[in-house]
Design a protein around this ligand. Structure first.
Ligand code: MSP
Length: 524
């Protein structure tokens, strides 16, 4: 059986509704998956929700409801609808409260316990409920405002809680050298490079064993430890396992083997250590391979800090998509922020790029090319005559856009792939301005030249629809249907074959195309 390309997002805490920082992770993972699907592979995207633990429990109780009702309501009303809002094509959605997950987590725990990787011990430390994580002193910073004079979590700006517990531990420290060897042998296991360096130096500085259970005297919203039902599983240990419980761990080996190891696991940099240190160690202990790659992306910032609902800086994704549409949302966040770096969102920047790059750049290229084919060739793709150097230059730009974008995507440099593609948008717009088809159309003697120019523009557009399909699925499907329906479905066009020139058949009809990116003033 051939292995599918398997991409995952982190699973999201359902203590609140999603904001654009969450949507950012989802879109990136979706773009990567769609790219590989458009390259002719089977590609599988998993996303879902992380529903256990103290953070979710406290929020539910604070809202006078029980955690199951709370998570059901939020998943239905907010997290599943998010996927529609930003056009995510996921193949599965896992909730950690589902029995398929709970049963498999217990099997995993039992295996590690039987094999001697789990022991009972006691632990004292500072716990941040926001992070659901014990913190070292070096992770804390002086508080401000209400918390002046106290040490607070650097991410949540809230005080940590002193915990003193007897519980079960995973022998993480046994894996220090194995992890370092793995990083060494697999230089792209953690990306980008800055994330890799941070992880390596963290692991070099020494690993402590990990507390993986919580006493039910403290709270019981979690998965029972299979050999001791006075404890529930630590929420991160439970959550990380979703990546294999969703694909058949302990239940369906054929399915597991058709997907695992994951090809790219997309995570925010705040949760990199869980994914690049704890997670591969858990897998090694169970005799499974680590994922091929963990990619740590940056944060959307507001006022220099990570956007978050708890700090009231979260923007709901539909505030943007209601006016700009899901394609523009996806394009903007993937293009404007280098994938792996932090970036600030601003309405001004979004509007400016929408207007310049989408409406006037790509959208206008599409509408004027089709309009001229309608007007001058009675809606039929014209037959090209002899190609001149300017036409051949476009073919070269198309080739290098395809190969440049593809090699950027293999490195998960999404912004770079879009920039390489945009060279073709800009070059085609220049080409049309210079060739002036509207002037050629005035003289019947230029008929063949006019046909060559419009055929070149149409072929260039065809290449763009394929390259941009993973980023802007709605606009590209509309454009492909109007321009190239004789070639079948857009989903069947392979990225790597797209620059082969001459695929559009002269004589085939093009159809009307509505504005792909309506001007904002018309839109609002
Ligand atoms: N539940 C854990 C993940 C468990 S995975 C086994 C979690 N959930 S989360 O809801 O807090 O965050 C989910 C993802 O959203 C993370 O990748 C996080 O980095 C991302 N983001 C949350 N806020 C963000 C920004 N402001 N900017 C970019 N990404 C952000 O952590």
């Amino acid at each position: 059986m051939t292995k599918s390309f398997y991409v995952t997002t982190p699973i999201f805490y359902v203590n609140d509704a999603p904001h654009i920082g969450h949507a950012y992770t989802e879109v990136a993972a979706d773009v990567i998956t769609r790219w590989h699907r458009q390259s002719g592979k089977d590609a599988f995207l998993l996303t879902g929700t992380d529903e256990h633990g103290e953070k979710v429990l406290r929020t539910a109780l604070g809202n006078n409801t029980d955690p199951k009702q709370w998570t059901d309501r939020l998943v239905e009303s907010a997290w599943l609808p998010l996927l529609e809002t930003i056009d995510i094509n996921n193949q599965d959605f896992i909730r950690t409260t589902e029995s398929r997950h709970k049963v498999a987590v217990q099997k995993f725990l039992k295996q590690l316990h039987d094999d001697g990787f789990i022991y009972q011990g006691s632990f004292k430390g500072n716990y941040c409920v926001g992070c659901e994580e014990y913190k070292n002193d070096s992770d804390l910073v002086p508080g401000t405002g209400d918390f002046q004079g106290q040490q607070v979590c650097a991410i949540h700006s809230k005080p940590v809680e002193q915990l003193n517990e007897t519980n079960y531990f995973f022998k993480l420290s046994d894996f220090q050298q194995k992890l370092l060897d793995h990083y060494e042998k697999n230089p792209t296991f953690v990306q980008p490079e800055s994330a890799r360096n941070e992880v390596i130096s963290f692991v070099r500085s020494g690993l402590s064993d990990l507390s993986i259970s919580r006493s039910k005297e403290r709270f019981d919203w979690g998965i029972d430890i299979p050999w001791d039902n006075s404890h529930v599983t630590y929420v991160w240990f439970d959550a990380l396992l979703n990546y294999i419980t969703a694909i058949g761990f302990g239940e369906d080996d054929a399915k597991l083997n058709s997907l695992w190891p994951a090809d790219v696991q997309v995570v925010g940099k705040d949760i990199l250590r869980f994914h690049a240190v704890i997670w591969p160690a858990m897998l090694m202990a169970a005799g499974l391979q680590p994922p091929k790659q963990v990619f740590g992306h940056g944060w959307l910032l507001v006022g220099g800090e990570k956007m978050s609902k708890s700090k009231l800086t979260g923007i709901a994704p539909n505030e943007i998509t209601d006016s700009f549409g899901s394609d523009a949302f996806r394009y903007y966040f993937m293009k404007a922020i280098g994938f792996g770096s932090d970036g600030s969102f601003s309405w001004e920047d979004l509007s400016a790029r929408y207007q310049a790059e989408l409406a006037n750049g790509f959208g206008n290229l599409a509408s004027r090319t089709l309009a001229m084919i309608h007007r001058y060739f009675n809606s039929a793709i014209p037959a090209p005559g002899t190609y001149e150097p300017a036409d051949l230059a476009i073919q070269e730009v198309a080739k290098s856009a395809v190969s440049g974008a593809d090699s950027a995507m293999q490195k998960v440099m999404i912004h770079e792939a879009i920039a390489k593609t945009w060279a073709l948008v800009d070059e085609l717009n220049n080409y049309i301005t210079i060739q002036e088809p509207w002037a050629l159309a005035k003289d019947e003697a230029n008929r063949e030249r006019l046909a060559t120019v419009l055929y070149t523009a149409a072929e260039g557009l065809r290449v763009l629809t394929v390259l941009l399909a993973p980023i802007m699925p709605k606009a590209t499907n509309k454009l492909f249907a109007a321009l190239a329906s004789s070639l079948g479905r857009l989903s069947d066009q392979k990225i790597q074959d797209s620059a082969v020139w001459g695929q559009l058949k002269p004589g085939e009809k093009v159809t009307e195309l509505e504005a792909l990116f309506p001007r904002l003033d018309e839109n609002q």
